[in-house]
Design a protein around this ligand. Structure first.
Ligand SMILES: *[C@@H]1O[C@H](CO)[C@@H](O)[C@H](O)[C@H]1NC(C)=O
Ligand SMILES: *[C@@H]1O[C@H](CO)[C@@H](O)[C@H](O)[C@H]1NC(C)=O
Ligand SMILES: *[C@@H]1O[C@H](CO)[C@@H](O)[C@H](O)[C@H]1NC(C)=O
Ligand SMILES: *[C@@H]1O[C@H](CO)[C@@H](O)[C@H](O)[C@H]1NC(C)=O
Length: 514
């Protein structure tokens, strides 16, 4: 009996935790950064269930269960994403509205899918921790459903409201929203600071007074009528992990329950290239330019004129060009090799790659500087614009406007980066900075996730700011009383002075008159 009890105790001790991971966004660049985390947690003996739009389907990961939400890609297609986000004729507000509508339909589709419904409804299912993408608040509902602590995780920066839930300052001048079209976030003009101030406070007002109350209705609909408010659940969050890094973003003041995992979490160990590609790269003695606009920017976002200009510029260069392009191109020059998909990380590791022409997605930039490769950036939407701006400022690449690509200026940009060694040196220097850390982002993320499991949350790290009303946080009462006191002192001084002066100046004549 004793032995049996001991064995039971041992089994439950080394069993690991039951972890639910949820990354709802149907986008490869939102999904792949977290794959190493799911893999590592499952290898360490935790039972991991992940809701994802891009399952790994690795049969060796026996402790990992993936629920495929791949059908959600259809919602993006239906709403025309990311084309509308890259459409210059739409205003910032119109894009935001379209995005919100799309996200609503996306979450409704996922939460009412049979597998997810079963997960919510089956009383016998339990989890010890929720790890959820810190973007769409309604998924926080799973923390309430399973009555477990939660960790928010982001492939970019977390949404403003998640920083609020941790009590991190959201200062409009130090940390403007990455989607705002701000030229230099480190040195904003008055107009930009005003715009950022208005944006953050109008966003907060609308989010907390309009959006969350609406979402509460949907929270009850999908999770049950006894659900509390979504904001209460979200403010219970234990930890936030964001993929920012001072090389690509402004630094941010943050509480100890925030960690920064932005040094290329998704970069895996080297894998051999397909034979034909290896031969092609090996035999390109003059060097190779690698062109890819990532997984979201499709070829049709560049019109035929621009595509022709790009190919003509390539044809006049003494280099080979390896191009990832999903659409068919006409009149492809001899030195250009086009493929629909390429193993980007391993292509960039090849010593003959001289230059990366990219849309400026965060992960592409991370991979590029990890291999010391300078870039030409053609940003399309979202954070790509500020990423490329910062890249130019740091000096490891140049920018080309997607609407103004001519054969001449495109060729000139490429030659500038290739012929001036300072771009390559800077890229190398940035890569070394990026990876000089006491532990990798993966180790950091896994360590803190297990910390939250061990302590059943991280209550002791919670900032008092989360429970503070705005008037206390912004010290309105304190500033009000100091100003009030100052006013009283000034007012009394004025009155006394006036009295004294009139006595001194007019006292005697007045007395004479009397
Ligand atoms: C699965 O988890 C168990 C412990 O629960 C662990 O011993 C085993 O190594 C894990 N297997 C894999 C393939 O991750
Ligand atoms: C900020 O920008 C202004 C003009 O736009 C410039 O004069 C100034 O040197 C910049 N400051 C820094 C710290 O970059
Ligand atoms: C907040 O977390 C605590 C402890 O994990 C839990 O007891 C409580 O019910 C949670 N509150 C909400 C609103 O989820
Ligand atoms: C292609 O796009 C550019 C920039 O957006 C525009 O100036 C040009 O007129 C377009 N050409 C055609 C043929 O649509």
């Amino acid at each position: 009996m004793k032995v049996f009890v001991l064995i039971c105790a041992f089994i439950s001790w080394c069993d690991g935790a039951r972890i639910l991971g949820i990354i709802p966004m149907p986008s490869f660049s939102h999904q792949i950064p977290f794959r190493p985390i799911w893999r590592e947690l499952s290898l360490r003996g935790h039972q991991v269930t992940v809701l994802t739009t891009d399952p790994m389907r690795d049969p060796q990961l026996t402790n990992l269960t993936e629920i495929d939400l791949g059908f959600s890609y259809e919602v993006l297609k239906k709403h025309g994403f990311p084309d509308f986000a890259a459409d210059d004729s739409l205003s910032f507000r119109q894009i935001g509205k379209k995005f919100a509508l799309m996200i609503n339909e996306l979450s409704a589709g996922q939460l009412s899918s049979p597998q997810v419904k079963q997960l919510i409804g089956d009383e016998s299912i339990e989890f010890d921790l929720l790890v959820v993408e810190a973007q769409i608040p309604i998924y926080m509902g799973f923390a309430w459903r399973f009555n477990c602590p939660s960790v928010g995780i982001a492939s970019l920066d977390a949404n403003l409201n998640f920083h609020d839930s941790i009590g991190n300052p959201t200062h409009p001048v130090l940390n403007p929203d990455p989607n705002l079209p701000i030229v230099d976030p480190d040195n904003m003009t008055f107009k930009e600071r005003l715009a950022s101030f208005l944006y953050i406070y109008i966003y907060k007002y609308l989010t907390y007074n309009k959006y969350y109350p609406l979402e509460d209705g949907r929270f009850k609909k999908f999770f049950g009528d006894d659900a509390p408010t979504l904001l209460e659940v979200q403010n219970n969050i234990s930890f936030v992990m964001v993929s920012t890094n001072p090389i690509f973003h402004s630094t941010r003041a943050a509480n100890p329950n925030t960690i920064f995992i932005g040094n290329g979490l998704h970069i895996g160990p080297p894998k051999p290239l397909p034979t034909d590609l290896q031969e092609y790269l090996d035999s390109s003695k003059n060097g190779v330019i690698y062109f890819s606009l990532g997984s979201n920017v499709k070829g049709h976002l560049l019109n035929d004129t621009i595509k022709r200009n790009i190919l003509q510029a390539f044809s006049e260069l003494p280099y080979n060009v390896l191009m990832k392009m999903d659409t068919d191109l006409k009149d492809v020059p001899k030195n250009v090799k086009i493929q629909k998909w390429l193993p980007q990380q391993d292509v960039l590791r090849h010593p003959n790659i001289k230059l990366f022409i990219s849309q400026g997605g965060l992960q592409s930039l991370q991979e590029s500087i990890t291999n010391g490769i300078p870039l030409v950036g053609i940003p399309f939407f979202g954070d790509q614009i500020s990423n490329v701006y910062r890249m130019v400022k740091k000096g490891y690449g140049v920018r080309v406007d997607k609407n103004e690509i001519t054969k001449e200026n495109f060729k000139q940009a490429i030659l500038e980066v290739l012929n001036n060694p300072r771009y390559r040196e800077k890229a190398k220097e940035m890569g070394e900075l990026l990876h000089d850390e006491p532990m990798t982002s993966l180790e950091k993320a896994v360590w803190w996730i297990e910390y939250v499991i061990r302590h059943k949350g991280a209550k002791h790290l919670r900032s008092p700011a989360v429970d503070m009303p705005a008037w206390k946080y912004y010290m309105l009462d304190v500033i009000g009383s100091v100003l009030g006191a100052l006013f009283i002192v000034l007012f009394l001084s004025y009155k006394i002075l006036k009295c004294v002066i009139s006595k001194l100046l007019f006292g005697k004549p007045k007395a004479k008159k009397d």
